[in-house]
Design a protein around this ligand. Structure first.
Ligand code: NI
Ligand code: MN
Length: 235
């Protein structure tokens, strides 16, 4: 059996994940690079950008969506209706403003917007739609989940049953999002056996560490490999 094509993932620090798709396209989830203190200097400039996915309007996720959108004119900018309308007002083109429960296609990959338990606002606490996560399915079938910012919720089990992600990017900071003990339960509910911890280490308030997640998974008795990338690291 041929091995299913996976993207090459590069963690740019915080919640920002760059996916180099097997077809050559570059997709970035939560495009916070220029102002992201965790993003290594040599990764702040993107060689190309074909798609952006934005989980919610907080500045550490919406990030440089306007600047990158105007510069690279990606073919698909996928986010909530509210964020896409706001981006269009700033001149960003090719937006796909969707909502939780929906699936759209961009760059040949299927993107499903799923629940996240979190808030979403633009600067000044202006309403930013609701927060979300994304499930991304590649043409070859490889499927991954980026949770955005979220607490633990039981419907993660449904995300597992409905989309069968093989890999999850989960926040573990324990202040704005799940702490490692909850993230371990998230892995079990999702049924994933590979997890990349994100949203940790950027600021002192974000206390969760990958080794805490490894320990909590062992305590739970759930077999899941913790892939602890450093900012700029790839898998
Ligand atoms: Ni947030
Ligand atoms: Mn955040």
């Amino acid at each position: 059996m041929a091995e299913i094509d996976r993207p090459r993932f590069t963690w740019l620090g915080h919640a920002t994940v760059r996916c180099d798709l097997p077809g050559g396209g570059v997709m970035v989830i939560d495009p916070w690079v220029a102002g992201n203190p965790a993003c290594p200097a040599d990764h702040k400039e993107l060689p190309r950008l074909d798609a952006m996915l934005i989980t919610h309007a907080h500045g550490d996720h919406l990030g440089d969506a306007v600047e990158l959108g105007l510069k690279h004119k990606p073919r698909a900018v996928i986010s909530s209706y509210e964020i896409c309308t706001w981006l269009e007002g700033k001149g960003v083109v090719n937006t796909i403003g969707m909502n939780v429960g929906g699936t759209v296609e961009g760059l040949g990959v299927k993107v499903s917007m799923v629940r996240a338990d979190h808030s979403s606002s633009f600067p000044g606490n202006a309403y930013g739609g609701i927060a979300s996560g994304f499930v991304v399915r590649l043409p070859g079938g490889f499927t991954f989940y980026h949770a955005g910012d979220t607490g633990l919720f039981m419907d993660m089990q449904l995300i597992g049953e409905l989309y069968h992600p093989e890999l999850a990017f989960l926040p573990i900071d324990g202040f704005y999002t799940m702490e490692p003990r909850l993230a371990a339960h998230a892995c079990r509910l999702l049924g994933v056996h590979e997890v990349v911890p994100i949203h940790w280490g950027t600021f002192p308030a974000l206390r969760g560490k990958p080794e805490d997640l490894t320990r909590e998974l062992a305590a739970l008795g759930y077999a899941c490999e913790v892939i602890a990338l450093s900012p700029g690291g790839s898998m």
